[in-house]
Every structure is written in C-alpha cells, then in structure tokens.
Design a protein around this ligand. Structure first.
Ligand code: URA
Length: 441
C-alpha cells in the first residue's frame, strides 16, 4: 500500500477500505507518512467528505493509535464534555469543577486553539506552573483521588489525532465533518469516559455555519459514541456571537473564575448551567434538566465548585493564588477601545471576525508550534439585541503593542452591524441530539 494511492482515491471520491484507513493512520502516527502527504489527504477529505463507514473506521483507527484508558473502576460514572470549537468558549473551565463538585468524576483531555477557535489547554496555561501533560497513570490516580482531571492530549492517547489536529490548524483543513467527528470521538473513546456531553457549536464563530451541518456532525458523533458503548448527547448551541465577554487565554480564565464566584455574563452562565445539568443527567446524578440545573447552581452558590477548581490547580502544580488574585494572571500592557460610530440595535457581532482578530494579535497560532501571547485578547462589550449609543465601547482590545491593534482595527469595526429596528437576541441552544430512554431529560 502507498499513501499517495490513498490520497488519490479520496481525491477521486472513492471510498477507502478499513485496511487503507488503518494503514494511513498507523503510518502517519509512526512518522512513516510525512506531514505533507497527510495534509494533502486531509484537504481531499475536506473537499470530498467521507461515508459514515469511513468516518467510523477513521475514528476507531485514531482511537487505537495509542493507549486507551481503562476507567472501569469508576463504575460507569466518569463524565466528559467536548466542544467542537467556538470563540470565547471557556465553558470547560467552569463545568468540569461544577460537575465534579456535585460528586461525578470528570476526566477530560482538552485541546489547544484550532483555527480561529480557542483551546482549553492554552487557557489553562495562563496559570503559572499548571501542568497540562499528564501521563495516563497520573490521569487515573488523580481522577481516583480528586475526581477531576483537565489535561492536554497526552502523547500516548490518540496520538494520531494530536498530530493531525496540529496539521489541520495550519493547513485550512479544520472545517470538515469527518475530520472534526473523528478528532473529537477518537479522543473521547481513548480517554475512556462512560458518558459524554458534546457541545456542537453552530454559526459564524463555529466550524459548522448552519444548523443542518451541525445536526449532521452531532448525529455522526452520537452514533459513533453509542457504537462504542458510551452514553452520549450533543447540544446544538448558538455561536454567531462570542460566548460571554472575554476572548483570549488569560482573559477567559479570569472570566471563568468570576463565573465560579457567581458573577458573569448571562449567556455564559446559562451555557455553563445547562451543560453541567446534561453531564449530571448522563452521569446518573440528576433525574432531569431542572434538577441538574439546580445542582449546578448550588455548587456555584455554595462555593464547592470554586474549591474544586482550586484543588485541580493545586494538584496539577499551578499557582492557586490566581483564584483569589486573578490580577496576577498575564496582563497585556495596552488596552484600546473601539467605539460605535452610530446608534442602533446590535444585529451582528461576528464571532469568526473576533476569533480571527484575537489570533492576529497573538492569542492563537499562525504556524504549528508558534508561541502564543497568553495576555492578549478582546473584551466584547455588546450582544445581539442590545441598543448602543454612538460612542459606546464595542470592544476593549488588549494588545502588546500599537501595531497589532492597528492590524485588527478595521476588521473588528466591521464585525459589529447595527440596525435601525429592534433585534431579537438568538436562543442559546437550538436542539439536543441523542436523548432516549437512557438519557431522560
Ligand atoms: N475539537 C476537536 O477536538 N477536534 C476538532 O476537529 C474540532 C474541535
């Protein structure tokens, strides 16, 4: 078998066999298939898609490319969540401690930024000393002793995804249902959680721009998860505008700490409460959505979720001082405002433009392995449906120098559109996929 023949087959829209997919993934993981061939193949997949059978085979091959965690000692209670990528999406930083504080073990392997979307691991690295490369043994013993783990993709779990993810980030091959589904689900299968809440983002700031694409992606992932014996649901959530206010690593971490203290933007709060509730249902702690919501809110109100986050930071060698003193997180030296030129109701806050601007000022990577600036980012001061007066601040842009602000000024200005008529704010969620008698919400 030769990699070039597999690339040609996908380019010519022919279906790959399981043997061909296994060969591709095994040899890419070992380094025998170089990045340039894998990138060409990923582009062919992005352009031509894959059949459901190919997606399942690809997912299972990637999940089998390294170790698999055996979490059977936790009696089927370990829950995980995964977002398909959005702008300002710092939900994991809140829901993981909330759900763990409610008594369910949360073991999660997260990613770095991908394309214009941010990544939980980059955000966590704003905490001085925080260790994001736990071994599988450390993962299990921490889950046993502390009931919470947030780590990066370890080299021994789904390594094929780790390599492909970094390549896709810089080769324009992120927006593909087969590649996203296999990336997410291979990690989830390898990292062993019994129950998984998927957060499939839809809209301008998501990789899936319309509801039908997002629904397709959600259905493929839920079906792969169920085939692998997991309890899985997928929420379809709105990502036309950034979630919450902060976009950028340390700024988002700060917003998450504030939310764990019970303060923060309404959309982000609703998102965290509902996702926590779904995780509590999947893990058997809550009987229905209302009960799950109440449990999640109580964990924030009584401080146990914040304490859990502190425990997580401590056990992963981070500086817990950031909880009581978030002002010690990395801070950009300069903050510039962008103001509304006219008055009106906010019709658009384009999350993709905001996400791309945050990458351009240094919060994300242009090339594989680039060092990012944890301090920079954008505070989004308006939401769809708000009324703004001319001169009101639309964005606070935190940058390291004036020239980076100048590069994004026009783009950010154009990211907000105003209307003369009142505008209805969009819903936070569109739908939930995968509910059945085992997941009675
Ligand atoms: N999250 C992932 O883990 N992979 C993707 O491809 C997109 C989001």
């Amino acid at each position: 078998m030769r990699a070039v023949d597999i690339i040609i087959k996908t380019r010519d829209k022919e279906e790959l066999s399981k043997q061909e997919i296994d060969y591709l993934i095994k040899n890419f993981t070992s380094g025998d298939i170089p990045d340039y061939q894998m990138s060409a193949w990923a582009m062919a997949v992005l352009l031509n898609g894959m059949t459901d059978q190919e997606i399942t085979d690809l997912t299972l091959a990637m999940a089998a490319s390294g170790d698999r965690l055996d979490l059977s000692e936790f009696g089927g209670r370990v829950v995980d969540k995964h977002s398909t990528g959005g702008v300002g999406d710092k939900t994991t930083l809140v829901v993981a401690p909330v759900v763990a504080a409610c008594g369910l073990p949360v073991g999660k392997m997260s990613g770095r930024g991908l394309g214009f979307s941010g990544g939980t691991i980059d955000k966590l690295e704003s905490i001085p000393g925080f260790k994001t490369d736990l071994s599988t043994e450390e993962f299990i013993s921490q889950l046993r002793e502390h009931g919470i783990v947030l780590t990066g993709q370890s080299v021994d779990l789904a390594p094929a995804d780790g390599k492909l993810y970094a390549l896709r980030d810089v080769t324009g091959t992120v927006q593909s249902i087969p590649l996203i589904a296999s990336s997410v689900m291979s990690k989830k299968i390898a990292s062993g959680a019994d129950a998984i809440a998927l957060d499939v983002k839809v809209g301008r700031g998501a990789f899936m721009k319309d509801l039908e694409q997002a629904r397709d992606l959600a259905e493929v992932m839920v079906s792969i998860g169920k085939l692998s014996g997991r309890r899985v649901i997928a929420v379809l959530s709105q990502m036309d505008q950034p979630l919450g206010v902060a976009v950028g690593n340390a700024l988002e971490l700060k917003e998450a700490i504030e939310m764990l203290n019970g303060v923060g933007p309404e959309d982000f709060h609703a998102h965290c409460i509902d996702l926590s509730a779904y995780m509590l249902i999947l893990g058997g702690e809550a009987a229905d959505l209302e009960t799950g919501r109440k449990m999640a809110q109580a964990a924030i109100d009584n401080g146990t979720a914040l304490l859990k986050f502190k425990e997580l930071i401590e056990v992963q060698h981070g500086d817990v001082g950031v909880i009581d003193h978030p002002e010690t997180l990395p801070v950009a030296p300069l903050i510039y405002q962008i103001e509304a030129e006219t008055s009106g109701w906010v019709k658009v806050v384009d999350a993709q433009e905001v996400g791309e601007s945050s990458i351009e000022i240094g919060a994300g990577r242009a090339r594989k392995g680039d060092v990012i600036d944890l301090a920079v980012g954008i505070m989004v001061r308006v939401k769809i449906g708000d009324y703004v007066e001319a001169g009101e601040t639309l964005f606070d842009v935190h940058v390291s120098d004036r020239s980076s602000f100048d590069t994004v000024f026009q783009k950010l200005k154009g990211a907000v559109e105003l209307s003369d008529e009142p505008v209805e704010p969009p819903p936070y969620f569109w739908d939930v996929i995968g509910l059945d008698e085992k997941n009675p919400v």
